[in-house]
Design a protein around this ligand. Structure first.
Ligand SMILES: Nc1ncnc2c1ncn2[C@@H]1O[C@H](COP(=O)(O)OP(=O)(O)O)[C@@H](O)[C@H]1O
Ligand SMILES: [Mg+2]
Length: 288
């Protein structure tokens, strides 16, 4: 096809040899199938901020580290320089998250770099070599849904251990190849420890996945992986290979009992102190 204008600089630089076809144009990006030498890959061209649905950007960006303070201040003020920097931070967030996920053994497209607002990555294909379908477009047997859900919960645990919450995980952002699910679309990934919305986002990601797979395996709908995962994470007890049960006891656990007892003791001492003070006052009156 005719080279789209945003891909021309990459063609000029020899990073891309040919643009084969447009795969998809979504809210945030347009994705192309490209050829780099003998390899067929994928190029994700980010839309400019103004054309993106940016409603929740602030929620996602909270806690993101900006390495340099001039940049940080400009981003907060929203100057032109600031907007450009924010744009770059958004684009780099996806490639950073892809590298971190790959290092944590989570199936994501292999990244090849981000140049001029274009992310080059592995094209995920199915057993026939065609572009892999989205999870939303595949029919699963009970056994396949069970096994993919298990894999997916493991991926989410490993991400959390790497300090990342996807933030937009759904059946539209998971591709399925012959080995199972592949997670895509991570520009909004959030820092699990620095972002106050991380827990809510993790719950939503996990519950989206469980509800989706639960259509094929209703017994999954009773599970409580999100709460189980987050509780272990907060206690510093979540490991990349932690085997989860899907069970979570909402009742007070041992740690809570301790804090309840402490409160009861404090209230008792407080009451005792007030009683003694009142007695002292009363005694003073008698003395008078
Ligand atoms: N690495 C990839 N391999 C195959 N298809 C992909 C790949 N990345 C994206 N796509 C296709 O492009 C679509 C849009 O990509 P995505 O990263 O989800 O961007 P958007 O922000 O527009 O949703 C996906 O739903 C998928 O169909
Ligand atoms: Mg998407």
């Amino acid at each position: 096809m005719k080279t789209p204008i945003r891909l021309q600089p990459l063609v000029d630089d020899g990073l891309v040899d040919e643009v084969i076809s447009q795969l998809m144009s979504g809210k945030e990006a347009t994705v192309y199938m490209i050829r780099c030498g003998a390899d067929i890959r994928c190029a994700k061209v980010y839309k400019e901020a103004a054309k993106r649905s940016f409603k929740k950007a602030a929620q996602y960006q909270e806690g993101r580290k900006t390495k340099n303070s001039r940049r940080g201040r400009a981003m907060e003020k929203g100057s032109k320089y600031g907007r450009e920097e924010q744009e770059k931070a958004w684009q780099n967030a996806e490639i950073d998250a892809l590298y971190q996920c790959a290092a944590a053994k989570i199936r994501v497209p292999v990244p090849y770099g981000c140049f001029d607002g274009v992310l080059l990555m592995e094209l995920i294909t199915d057993a026939n070599g065609d572009v892999a379908p989205r999870l939303n477009d595949v029919n699963l047997t009970h056994a396949q849904a069970m096994s993919q859900h298990h894999t997916m919960m493991g991926y989410i645990v490993r991400m959390l251990c790497a300090g990342i919450v996807h933030g937009d995980l759904s059946e539209f952002n998971v591709l399925v190849d012959s080995h199972g699910p592949v997670i895509i679309d991570l520009p909004q990934a959030v820092d699990a420890s620095a972002n106050n919305n991380a827990r809510a986002m993790l719950y939503r990601d996990v519950n989206n996945m469980t509800e989706y797979y639960g259509q094929f395996t209703p017994e999954l709908l009773q599970t409580k992986y999100a709460k189980e995962m987050w509780a272990l994470y907060e206690q510093g007890e979540l490991e990349p290979d932690t085997a989860l049960t899907g069970l979570f006891e909402d009742d007070i656990d041992a740690a809570d009992i301790d804090s309840v007892l402490e409160e009861i003791n404090a209230a008792y001492e407080d009451a005792q102190f007030k009683r003694e003070r009142q007695q002292a006052i009363d005694n003073d009156h008698y003395d008078d």
